[in-house]
Design a protein around this ligand. Structure first.
Ligand code: SF4
Ligand code: SF4
Length: 117
């Protein structure tokens, strides 16, 4: 029997293949489909709007990089300190699609075991 996972201490597993905060590229000011994306998920648009320009610039740079479309660490991830740099502004997918101890979490933790704290 597995013990439940209670928190994210030492773990960044679910951020290591996202490449960029999921769904936020569609909300970049220059995107023609921005209004549609904002209408589809107004709360997501509010979280995005709260992100500082530095955070938005990283998403923009990622959309123009050869890395785009490939799995890799999220551009908002601070690998050294093992945390999301703009956690309060993270998108819906990061808030709802994986939570400590759920099935998705266990998948990522098996793929990328957390460092002991
Ligand atoms: S994989 Fe689970 S424990 Fe690790 S950061 Fe994501 S939600 Fe937290
Ligand atoms: S936005 Fe933050 S929580 Fe979401 S994948 Fe990127 S680093 Fe992880």
């Amino acid at each position: 029997m597995r013990l439940p996972v209670l928190n994210c201490d030492g773990c960044i597993g679910c951020c290591l293949e996202q490449s960029s905060p999921p769904g936020y590229a569609a909300l970049l000011p220059e995107r023609p489909d921005r209004a549609d994306a904002a209408r589809a998920d107004p709360q997501q648009a509010r979280w995005f709007a709260a992100a500082p320009e530095e955070a938005v610039a990283l998403i923009r740079a990622h959309t123009r990089s050869p890395r785009r479309g490939e799995p890799g660490p999220c551009v908002w991830l601070d690998l050294q300190n093992r945390r999301c740099r703009w956690y309060e502004c993270r998108p819906r997918s990061c808030r709802e699609d994986v939570n400590p101890g759920d099935r998705a979490c266990r998948y990522w933790r098996e793929r990328y075991p957390p460092e002991p704290s």
